[in-house]
Design a protein around this ligand. Structure first.
Ligand code: F6P
Length: 538
């Protein structure tokens, strides 16, 4: 049986190293090793990563590789690619990678039947996507779904704007807040709208409430034939049928919600960028799968990233990570990534159910650059906490405004540089005016400590392939950290309690004697007059 990370030798050694390296300084590390950039930069399909401004050195890196070895990360990876039931709490395989394996890929025999089913479903939903693309009556595609049934497609369509069919508009409805759906529907007409009801379970409260709302609006607005304007992307065809949907594209229990945009949940992406584009998207991800499967440990990018995450979280005790994509097309990347990493690795028991003595998923947050610079970067530069920043840039823009793109890239470079080098110069008189008294607060307020870490990721261009590779890279990176921590990265029981309690509140709205509801919640229910209004049903 694999030993838990906190019981292996490398873990203890890393603690030692951490103590020895308390005074580690990036500026000194560069001064002492002129090869640092070359040593700590790595290329994988479509993605280049510079790790040289990260808080580590070769000794730490080697020890982390030993940690991966001692916690059997590659064994778990191989088990995943063999289709074994590594989602132990739900007794399921984890095979989202199979969704991007081309027809001819050489795969483990045990996955052959599923591979065939994937290919058949893919053909079906891609040809449906082509039919929608060539149907001039459909001008608006509305994806109704939440979590993994929303974030991936929404992020990808925004990122791939350059490749999106110009004659269609794409909308995403996730929140149960009717301000959202009400506002959108006012701009649409039933006969020109196609609703994609995206839900693995077809029972998620937000999605079903919005789907009912959309159906009511469709019929009230004179819409004909629900079955032509509502499509189900789900594993639960029975419930979709009961809703009135006849066209469904399914997927399997071995595809987790947050890993599902490669399945029929990606139909909106396929309509947006077409069959060739969607296949290219899968192709880029497949290249990254192959890299993860076969690159040796030293040059395995997802492995290195996942190990860096462990070093940061468990040894340097960084609790959060700032995501800074310097590309407006990647403005939904952080939201997507939050679910991927925080739902996967936000766990506090190991696979045997034992409590953990170490931290797991950090908080991910961020906004695209340069906006973030003028909002929260102050805290990143001079705040009391060190928060690693993850820059992500695209070398070639999809517009012709070279100057503005170069300014954007220069900003990202300058910020990363500022985090590292800092500035301790204290000018005696910053205003230059006469004999002003020494203002210690103003002087020290100008001090930048520096030695703050960042990671710099570069894509040559933002294309379906490179986006596919980037996302698969993030999935595998999350896998690696979860594997070291010995947790199950593929369940999400943490979101269930809130859902159950919502049902309890909803079922007792308006009741004078609610049961199993604490006094504070009861007080608020009264204050909000829940269940006492006579509004519309949805
Ligand atoms: O929030 C929990 C969750 O189960 C996510 O994992 C999932 O992506 C989301 O809800 C939506 O679920 P479904 O696709 O079944 O509607």
């Amino acid at each position: 049986m694999t030993k838990r990370c906190d019981q292996v030798q490398a873990w203890k050694d890393l603690h030692q190293l951490k103590v020895q390296k308390t005074a580690f300084d990036l500026r000194v590390a560069f001064a002492e090793n002129e090869n640092r950039f070359n040593h700590f930069s790595l290329s994988a399909p479509h993605v280049f990563v510079d790790f040289s401004k990260c808080m580590w050195d070769e000794q730490v890196e080697d020890k982390l590789l030993e940690l991966a070895d001692q916690t059997a990360v590659f064994e778990l990876r191989d088990a995943m690619f063999r289709g074994e039931l590594i989602n132990s709490t739900e007794n399921r395989a984890v095979m989202h990678w199979l969704l991007r394996a081309p027809k001819t890929a050489a795969l483990a025999l045990a996955t052959a039947k599923s591979h065939q089913e994937v290919q058949t479903t893919l053909e079906l939903f891609l040809s449906f996507a082509e039919a929608v693309r060539t149907n001039p009556c459909i001008t608006d595609i509305v994806n109704i779904g939440i979590g993994g049934s929303d974030l991936g497609p929404q992020m990808a369509i925004k990122a791939l704007d350059e490749f999106v069919i110009p004659t269609k508009r794409f909308h995403f409805l996730s929140n149960i807040d009717a301000h959202e759906i009400g506002g959108l529907l006012r701009t649409l007409s039933p006969k020109n709208t196609l609703f994609l009801i995206s839900s693995k379970s077809f029972s998620t409260l937000e999605t079903m409430t919005n789907a009912e709302f959309a159906k009511e609006w469709f019929l009230a607005g004179g819409g004909q034939r629900v079955e032509d304007h509502f499509v189900g992307l789900t594993s639960n065809t029975q419930l979709a049928k009961a809703f009135g949907i006849t066209t469904t594209f399914g997927f399997w229990d071995w595809v987790g919600g947050r890993y599902s945009m490669w399945s029929s949940i990606g139909l909106a992406i396929a309509i947006a960028i077409g069959e060739a584009g969607f296949r290219a998207f899968l192709g880029g991800a497949f290249e990254m799968d192959e890299h993860f499967k076969s690159a040796d440990a030293q040059s395995n990018l997802p492995l290195k990233l996942g190990l860096l995450d462990v070093w940061y979280r468990n040894f340097l005790h960084y609790k959060s990570r700032n995501i800074a994509p310097y590309h407006s097309g990647l403005s939904r990347l952080t939201a997507y990534w939050q679910q991927l990493e925080m739902e996967s690795n936000g766990k506090s028991v190991d696979k045997s159910g034992r409590g953990l003595t170490y931290g797991t998923a950090p908080v991910l947050w961020g906004e695209p650059g340069t906006n973030g610079q003028h909002a929260f970067f102050q805290m990143l530069h001079q705040g009391t906490d060190v928060i690693p920043v993850e820059f992500l840039v695209v070398k070639a823009p999809s517009h012709a405004h070279t100057r503005s793109h170069e300014l954007l890239l220069s900003n990202a470079l300058a910020q990363a540089q500022a985090f590292m080098i800092g500035e301790s110069k204290v000018t005696p008189n910053p205003t230059g005016a006469g004999d002003e008294p020494f203002n210690a607060a103003a002087q020290m307020g100008r001090h930048f400590p520096g030695n703050r870490p960042s990671l710099f990721t570069v894509l040559e261009r933002l294309t379906p392939q490179s986006l596919g590779a980037l996302i698969a890279l993030s999935e595998h990176r999350t896998f690696v950290a979860g594997a070291v921590w010995g947790i199950n990265s593929f369940d999400q029981y943490g979101v269930e309690l809130g859902k159950k309690l919502t049902q309890n509140i909803v079922s007792q709205m308006g009741s004078t004697h609610p049961v199993n509801i604490d006094p504070s919640t009861q007080g608020l229910m009264g204050h909000l007059a829940l269940g006492q209004s006579s509004g519309k049903s949805v």
